[in-house]
Design a protein around this ligand. Structure first.
Ligand code: AMO
Length: 430
């Protein structure tokens, strides 16, 4: 007999069915029990009146059951299955579960949930986060392919850093030292110039940042975009704004049940305001009496700014533009109209930076000069620099942190909740 998925039961006629899944709940009444079976598609009530079967039942074992599907108005979803046979597929070897799978709230810490990720993900409310995440990458891919972008896959073992700073993991590469990529920055630019013109990548990025905070991971997934033959950074912000609109529509269509389970109502996207960093700092000072670090805003500033933007423009998003040269990587295009400024931007979503981007320096001599100005050695970036010698068009791009955007879409408190298997300063297992 062919397996039926639990979600299919609710539209079926009464008949014999075969189900596979995990024992989610057991309510025993002597020689009779109500059991809830769970598979990847949902939950269904089983009625068991065979004492032999009841005696074998244990929470979270995986089983195959066959029995009669019956309509019953009192059962959740209006159906139940009267079990005739049960076969244990995956036995269990525990005394106590590390925490509850079948109660509304989990009585444990996030760290414990992450230690037992293979158990915590059995909770539907934990697993749906990753269905939503799957649809974020699906929307990103679909949106960009429709716009003529090519998907690329670039190396994560690299010879030099891309983002400045010393936040790189070192790996032994045979007799040499190599690094884990902080971003696909140089390669995505190179591929624009290689003739692809517009590219995107969904891939891992590594940051050896010694920050153990709710928003920092040491390994994250970066949604990267790079586009050639553009006029200015507004083309990039237009592209990202278009993506955010597309994403909201896509999630409303594909994740209705998941959003309902997590109690999330995605609003509508209004025009996303674009405000210079200088004006943002002034708003923070004037409205909240909050001073900002030079050339940036801090985490508290991001939260206060979002509060202000929500009230004034009814937007959960805001672009901050024109960061100073000193705060952006050496590849960023300086602003020819405003000394000391760059043609770059960040996107803040509900109080958290989820994107950095900007126009790049595409002229060989200019980039070489800038590398020197930054106190770096052109020879350390030779392949990247050389790729600019052969008619590199004006270009720019941006990157969105997958865990961060998922976290904010679902109003979670910590990026680890939207990371399948997080890597942070204290965790490289499981
Ligand atoms: P940046 O370093 O700002 O820019 O990173 C882009 C986005 O990646 C995410 N992100 C992180 N998420 C979790 N933990 C971290 N430690 C972490 N670091 C970064 C954030 C951030 O906004 N090459 C440029 C992008 C570009 O200009 O195209 C870059 O990597 O969401």
């Amino acid at each position: 007999m062919k397996r039926t998925l639990i979600s299919e039961l609710f539209q079926m006629e009464e008949k014999q069915v075969l189900l596979k899944g995990w024992i989610h709940k057991i309510k025993e009444f002597g020689n009779f029990a109500f059991v809830v079976l769970r598979d990847k598609t949902g939950l269904v009530q089983l009625v068991v009146d065979d004492v032999n079967i009841i005696n074998q039942l244990k929470l979270e074992m995986s089983v195959e059951i066959s029995g009669q599907l019956k309509k019953n108005e009192k059962a959740p979803g209006g159906v139940e299955v009267h079990v005739e046979k049960m076969r244990i597929l995956g036995n269990i070897y525990y005394d106590l579960l590390p925490f509850s799978i079948n109660q509304i709230k989990v009585q444990t810490t996030l760290e414990n949930e992450l230690d037992y990720r293979y158990i915590s993900l059995r909770r539907p409310d934990r697993r749906v986060v990753f269905k939503v995440q799957q649809e974020v990458t699906e929307a990103f891919r679909r949106y960009l392919i429709e716009k003529g972008f090519s998907e690329i896959h670039t190396p994560k073992i690299i010879a030099s850093g891309t983002e400045g700073g010393s936040e790189m993991f070192t790996v032994k590469y045979f007799e040499n030292r190599a690094f884990l990529a902080q971003s696909p920055q140089f390669y995505k630019q190179m591929m624009v110039g290689s003739g692809f013109e517009a590219v995107f990548e969904i891939g891992h990025a590594y940051r050896a940042e010694p920050h153990n905070t709710w928003r920092h991971l040491n390994e994250y997934v970066s949604l990267d975009v790079e586009m050639g033959f553009i006029e200015d950074e507004n083309d990039l912000m237009d592209l990202e704004e278009g993506f955010i609109n597309f994403l909201y529509d896509h999630l409303k269509e594909t994740c209705r049940e998941e959003l309902k389970l997590l109690n999330i109502e995605l609003g509508t996207i209004n025009k996303i305001p674009r405000i210079t960093l200088q004006d943002v700092q002034k708003i923070l000072e004037d409205v909240f009496g909050k001073s900002s670090p030079s050339g940036n805003i801090d985490a508290e500033g991001e939260v206060l700014l979002s509060k202000y933007i929500k009230e004034k423009y009814d937007s959960d998003f805001v672009f901050i533009t024109k960061y100073p040269v000193s705060k952006r990587p050496m590849y960023t295009m300086p602003d020819s109209k405003e000394e000391g400024m760059t043609r770059s931007f960040d996107l803040i979503y509900k109080g958290l930076e989820i994107t950095s981007g900007g126009l790049r320096i595409h002229d060989y001599e200019m980039l070489k000069g800038n590398i020197i100005k930054f106190g770096l050695k052109p020879e350390d970036f030779s392949f990247y620099l050389d790729s600019l010698k052969y008619g590199m068009p004006p270009h720019g791009g941006f990157a969105i942190g997958l865990e961060r955007i998922t976290m904010k879409l679902l109003d979670l408190d910590n990026t680890r909740q939207s990371t399948l298997l997080p890597r942070d300063m204290n965790r490289i297992e499981p």
